[in-house]
Design a protein around this ligand. Structure first.
Ligand code: ATP
Length: 594
């Protein structure tokens, strides 16, 4: 019932007038065949002398029959057109609702589950197809149903026994078709992971980023083979289903043919004994196959409706997904004292190893804290906890003494500027790639330009064919229809663009720079750090870097090792203590000297 409610809501949001019009149209068109059959009967009875229609009456009846048939033909075309319009609007509403829900999910954990993506794929398909399917089913049901009722009434008038036979034949058809509907949905669920893998292999073979390695390592045939294997798996599952559908429906068709045959025999038998007029025979002979068709149509429509409702269940499950990070709470206030991590433990899943094992750390207001450590030490995970993309498994993170878990994540994020280690590269213009850092200033060229200058990428952008309006993509044209194809910045230039994007938020309370210069050459790295330090000094900052020289000016340096804080102090203190940091620093310095 809830699924039906969800479907009706989608249809209502999509195009309520269109939906009502198609329902009314279907009802009217449903009575066309039976009207035509009755007019035929009256004409035939008039011709056979069983009725006194008169010459004018016969002409009027024939005219009425022609008009009825014409109305039926034109009406069907019109109904199809309105249905398509309704369908487009419903699909639009469904996709908008689905992705609106996804965007409202505050955390990351959900996006890292294969089951979520399988369900998303099903939900997308359900959102695209199922509501429309329901509209066509409803219309089909109304048409087939009203034809069915009409012919049944006609048949009851001619022979109640034959009509009863037709009714009994409905039961096995309905049961079999409903079981097939469930199996169809099960198959869609079953093939969903293989379909997603197929898409993944298809993308690898078509995207420029992967094209390099595929060609150099000769991986094209390897991935092509894997894709073909997945396609074969899908094909085999669907072929088995197709064979089952064919067998069941062939059985049902045979049953229906037998029922029609028995019905016709009964009609002929009664007519031979003078119990039926020629008109009755015409009606019965027209009604029986038409009734069989209407029964099969109605049953298949019911099964398609059941299938659509089962699919809508996936849509509902996703559209009603509970957020993995509580999305409500008090609004975060401007930072005045600092951020404290209290015995923070974290792992990405119950069955995965601990990443942080009791980290206690303070980032005082207007101070800079650097986190260093070997690969996999948990530095980026710490950043994800601070930005509330995940919740700590144990322990607390306090924003001026208030647990982050009690604050509205959006309001916290509005107070933070971040450049991630795995930053995004958007297939958009250079200006947009920077301006996205603060949507309020997306169309503020002066501001965009000033942060680009700070990040040292302005000169490179100025040299592009269309300057800041140049598309930074080789696969997408611009939104304004320019399909020339843009340019591809270098790795270091992309990193500077990400840095500039973060600098759009340089006025925020907490700035987090996770490896902001790993793609830069040594000279550029030094320059970027100097500029960022200058531009953001006086802000509360968390810096993550492998290049210890780049973070030596931080107020506090924390060495993270195996998920715990192994050492903490200023650069001088850590060097003097001769521990892990001093060792790492010496080795990096030696590396530069050699
Ligand atoms: N999304 C994730 N799901 C599961 N495990 C993850 C995820 N992200 C990171 N990990 C694991 O958490 C551990 C810490 O990773 P993290 O990225 O925080 O380390 P890091 O210190 O930033 O490393 P690096 O210096 O290489 O960037 C690693 O063992 C990694 O495999």
């Amino acid at each position: 019932m809830r699924r039906l409610g969800a479907a009706v809501r989608l249809i209502w949001q999509g195009h309520r007038v269109g939906a009502l019009v198609t329902v009314a149209g279907s009802l009217v068109l449903g009575v066309v065949p039976v009207t035509a059959a009755w007019l035929t009967k009256v004409i035939v009875d008039g011709l056979a002398g069983h009725r006194a229609n008169g010459g004018t009456g016969q002409v009027l009846l024939v005219g009425g029959l022609v008009l009825t048939l014409l109305f039926g033909q034109l009406g069907q075309g019109w109904l199809r057109y309105v249905q398509e319009q309704v369908s487009r609007r419903i699909e639009h509403a469904a996709q908008s609702e689905l992705f609106g829900t996804l965007n409202r999910l505050p955390g990351l954990a959900m996006f890292e589950r294969p089951s979520f993506h399988n369900r998303l794929q099903l939900a997308q398909r359900a959102g695209q197809a199922a509501p429309y399917q329901l509209v066509t089913v409803a219309n089909g049901l109304l048409q087939a149903g009203s034809s069915l009722v009409g012919f049944l009434v006609a048949l009851i008038a001619v022979s109640p026994v034959v009509a009863g036979l037709a009714c009994v034949a409905v039961v096995p058809q309905l049961v079999a078709e409903l079981r097939l509907a469930r199996r169809r949905v099960d198959v869609q669920v079953e093939v969903s992971p293989a379909q997603r893998r197929t898409l993944f292999y298809a993308r690898l073979q078509s995207e420029p980023q992967a094209a390099k390695e595929l060609r150099i390592f000769g991986l094209g045939d390897f991935f092509h083979g894997r894709m073909v294997r997945e396609l074969s798996t899908i094909m085999n599952i669907e072929r088995t289903l197709g064979w089952r559908v064919f067998r069941v429906q062939a059985g049902l068709d045979a049953l229906s043919a037998v029922a029609v045959g028995v019905g016709i025999a009964l009609v002929v038998f009664r007519a031979m004994h003078g119990l039926l007029t020629p008109g009755d025979v015409v009606v019965a002979l027209a009604a029986l196959p038409a009734l069989a068709l209407a029964v099969a149509g109605t049953v298949r429509q019911l099964a398609a409706g059941a299938e659509a409702l089962l699919l809508i269940g996936h849509f509902r499950a996703l559209a009603g997904l509970a957020p993995d990070v509580a999305a409500i709470g008090a609004t975060a206030q401007p930072l005045r004292d600092g951020i404290t991590l209290e015995d923070v433990w974290f792992r990405y899943g119950d069955d995965l190893p601990w990443v942080l094992c009791g980290v206690t750390l303070r980032i005082p207001y207007r101070h800079s804290v650097a986190v260093v450590g070997l690969n996999g030490a948990g530095k980026s995970s710490l950043v994800k906890l601070l930005t509330r993309l995940y919740e700590p498994t144990k322990g607390r993170i306090l924003w001026d003494g208030v647990d982050l878990a009690d604050l509205d994540p959006d309001s916290v994020r509005q107070r933070i500027g971040v450049v991630f280690q795995d930053f995004m590269t958007y297939d958009l213009t250079a200006a947009e790639n920077i301006g996205l850092g603060d949507l309020r200033h997306l169309d503020d060229p002066a501001r965009v330009r000033s942060v680009a200058e700070l990040a040292g990428v302005h000169a490179a952008i100025e040299r592009l064919p269309d300057g800041y309006a140049t598309m930074l993509s080789r696969t997408h044209g611009s939104e304004h229809g320019d399909e020339r194809g843009g340019v591809m910045p270098s790795g270091g230039q992309w990193q500077r663009l990400a840095l500039a994007r973060m600098l759009m938020r340089a006025d925020r309370d907490l700035l987090i720079l996770d490896e902001p210069s790993s793609g830069l050459d040594a000279e550029a790295e030094f320059e970027v750090h100097r500029l960022v330090h200058q531009r953001t000094s006086g802000h509360t900052r968390l810096l993550v870097s492998h290049r210890l020289n780049a973070v030596r000016m931080a107020d506090l340096i924390v060495v993270l090792e195996a998920g715990v804080v192994a050492e903490a102090g200023t650069h001088q203190e850590l060097i003097s203590s001769g521990g892990r940091y001093a060792d790492l620093f010496r080795r990096q310095a030696d590396g530069y000297r050699d």
